[in-house]
Design a protein around this ligand. Structure first.
Ligand code: ADP
Length: 307
């Protein structure tokens, strides 16, 4: 939790990773004790728990981008929603520790998580299971001031302790770049079989974004995570009046990078003012503007995932 956040309603199972001296939950030492006892009996207890949980989840997909603001969370939410609308059981895990935006985009930012029989119950957003640090903060304005090991510990708990069981897909929205969060997800999941199934990499047509997307693709190659494909977001502008698409930037960069790096290209999504309206209003675009050409473009992106 953030260093200045009182933790009256934090999840007991999060206590181990909390380093706040005056946290009111600090008396809850039995969680840490239980964990230490379990660790003493089996030093790999955490790994076994993570493996057991993840083996009850179908495909695990991470959404990455080289830069912030390219629409990665928007794409993650709409991939999850499109899969859900296609009849799949879907969860979305927001591992953007410093800027969790998934709860807002799914209209569940006021929700809090509760304890279930086998772990933490994810929040239900119209049938999609959601977990985000946003649910554990007292206010969306609170900041999580955490370093790498702390983040890895929380991400491990989000994967192992949340009741994801039975999902067809777990979509993991990672913050931009190749830092602690995507690294933690890859390191935690890759050693296992079934591990991480692959990454969707989001970019925009501008050259500065295109340079960084190469880093994301190389990151996946180094981590032995298959690249499911590249999505070019903000590719052309949809006129709110007539619906015509105008190319405001040079488009096609995502496709060229995909070809040069020998990874699939999943498709392009235009700049559409209704995407902002939908994201800010907590209504997934692909569901609430289902008849638009932009929603058709979004649905095309998930086709390889359904095969
Ligand atoms: P990131 O996760 O890469 O930081 P977000 O998904 O949070 O980016 O998107 C940043 C902003 O851009 C949001 O306000 C979102 O609604 C908007 N946005 C994303 N994609 C589009 C698009 N294709 N057209 C218009 N606005 C978009």
């Amino acid at each position: 939790m953030s260093n200045d956040t009182p933790h009256t309603d934090c999840e007991p199972s999060m206590c181990e990773s909390c380093n706040v001296a005056d946290c009111p939950s600090a008396g809850n030492t039995h969680h840490a004790e239980n964990n230490h006892n379990a660790q003493a009996a089996d030093p790999h207890a955490d790994e076994h728990k993570l493996y057991a949980r993840m083996s009850r989840v179908g495909r695990k997909i991470v959404v990455l981008s080289g830069k912030g603001g390219v629409g990665k969370s928007t794409v993650a939410v709409n991939i999850a929603t499109a899969l859900h609308l296609a009849g799949k059981s879907v969860g979305i895990l927001d591992v953007d520790i410093h800027g969790p935006s998934i709860p807002t985009m799914l209209g569940v930012e006021q929700e809090r998580v509760h304890k279930g029989e086998e772990g933490i119950l994810p929040v239900d957003a119209d049938g999609i299971k959601v977990m985000s640090l946003g649910f554990l903060l007292n206010s969306m304005d609170d900041a999580a001031i955490w370093r790498g090991p702390m983040k890895m510990s929380v991400i491990k708990q989000f994967l192992a302790d949340v009741e994801w069981d039975g999902l067809d897909f777990l979509v993991i929205d990672s913050p931009p770049g190749t830092g602690d969060e995507p690294l933690s997800v890859c390191q935690l999941l890759s050693p296992f079989s079934p591990g991480l199934d692959g990454a969707v990499v989001v970019t925009t047509p501008q050259r500065v974004a295109a340079i960084d997307v190469r880093k994301s693709v190389n990151f996946c190659k180094q981590m032995s995570v298959p690249v499911i494909g590249i999505v070019e977001n903000m590719s052309g502008f949809v006129c709110p009046g007539c619906g015509e698409v105008t190319q405001v930037f040079r488009s096609g960069g995502g496709q060229r990078i995909a070809e040069s790096m020998e990874v699939p290209f999943l498709g392009s999504i235009p700049i559409d003012p209704k995407i902002v309206e939908a994201g800010d209003g907590g209504q997934p675009f692909v569901q609430h503007f289902a008849d638009t050409a932009t929603a058709v473009a979004m649905r095309k992106i998930i086709e390889p995932l359904l095969k």
